[in-house]
Write a protein of this length. Sequence first.
Length: 72
Amino acid sequence: MPNQHVTKRDNGWAVKAEGSKKATVIKKTQEEAIAVAREISRNQKTELFIHGTDGKIRARDSHGHDPYPPKG
């Protein structure tokens, strides 16, 4: 299952599966897009990457296999 990404678009915030050419959905706010992406990520047990307006990853959530689990 592909990881989910939330990225800024001219017309809002896109939720896109990694490797996909098309957005799954576009929402007006980043908050709305994160809610949709988080639900998809939980259902598919994948990673969620939240990008800022500059395109850089600003946060991530792990809902499945985390290649870098916390230590301790």
